[in-house]
Design a protein around this ligand. Structure first.
Ligand code: GSH
Length: 279
């Protein structure tokens, strides 16, 4: 754990005393968010950045977002990314930068960091494990969408033609291998888990742990593709609606909050309908 060492020299009655004090810096203390502005870099699409923006707004930290490069536009995005990519640790976004630490990459690591520093990982061990499982479920849904769903950059023509996208949306067989699991199976697991958590409309008592931020972001990605996707899953639908209505969530949904512009739909319907206009 990084520490700060302070050496103090005092002279009293002709004798010199040197005292060395070692303390952990605030950037490493659980529950103590580093002071100063936090910076998050991510593309202007609803994929792996929105959950972080949601968590930052729910945490109430002072933050600002950039889409790839300060002052960049949609027109310069790809060119900007070619320039910025080699400067990142892993050649990818999102990247969070907080005062006193090296840049942090990988969405789930960033979310775990925010949860730990800002008290958004559940009030006790039980909620901590709920939070973590929801985060992973959100990631599983993301990875399923990456496998089958057309995106604003890739129509996935062969995958759609092979019927894999349609199968994801129609398959409710819970015995299928999880790589072939349909959206209804993910949602029925989330419906049952919600009941087991027994925490009212949300999964945890606060309803805004980093796991719930990630889950909400992926539920929203599903809803953008198919508006009635939660039909038959009332607990999931209620969780989605109440999370969307929270003021800290609305800012991100409306215009990307502290990002210079809102997030565009990334995963598209396979029926060829165009994504909505940018905010
Ligand atoms: N393991 C990383 C994956 C991040 C990732 O796949 N980022 C994509 C955007 S969603 C990216 O940077 N793509 C641009 C590129 O690879 O050049 C995470 O979970 O954050």
């Amino acid at each position: 754990m990084p520490t700060t060492t302070t050496t103090t020299t005092t002279t009293a009655g002709g004798a010199t005393t040197t005292t060395t004090t070692t303390t952990s810096s605030s950037a490493t203390e659980e529950g103590v968010p580093p002071a100063g502005k936090w910076h998050i870099n991510y593309f202007p699409v609803w994929a792996k950045g929105p959950a972080i923006a949601l968590a930052l707004d729910h945490a109430g930290v002072d933050w600002e977002g950039v889409h790839v490069k300060e002052g960049g536009t949609m027109e310069t995005l790809l060119e900007d990314w070619t320039e910025v990519k080699p400067t990142t640790a892993w050649g990818e976004l999102p990247v969070l930068t907080v005062p006193g630490l090296s840049p942090i990459a990988h969405e789930l690591t960033i979310l775990n960091y925010i949860g730990r520093k800002c008290g958004l990982e559940g009030k006790d061990d039980s909620e901590y494990t709920i939070c973590g499982q929801l985060m992973q479920m959100g990631e599983d849904v993301y990875n399923a969408l990456v496998r089958v769903q057309p995106t604003s950059f890739d129509p996935k023509t062969e995958i759609v033609a092979a019927g894999k996208t349609a199968a994801f949306w129609s398959n409710s067989d819970e015995t299928k291998h999880n790589l072939e699991q349909g959206v209804a199976v993910y949602l029925s697991h989330l419906e049952r888990f919600h009941g087991a958590c027994d925490n009212g409309v949300a999964y945890t008592s606060s309803g805004n742990t980093v796991g719930e931020c990630k889950l909400f972001a992926m539920l929203h990605a599903l809803k953008l593709i198919k508006d009635d996707v939660f039909a038959g899953f009332p607990k999931v639908e209620t969780f989605y609606s109440q999370f969307a209505a929270m003021p800290a969530s609305k800012a991100v949904l409306d215009d990307g909050s502290q990002f210079p512009s809102g997030f565009l739909q990334y995963f598209l319907s396979s029926s060829g309908s165009p994504p909505p206009e940018p905010n």
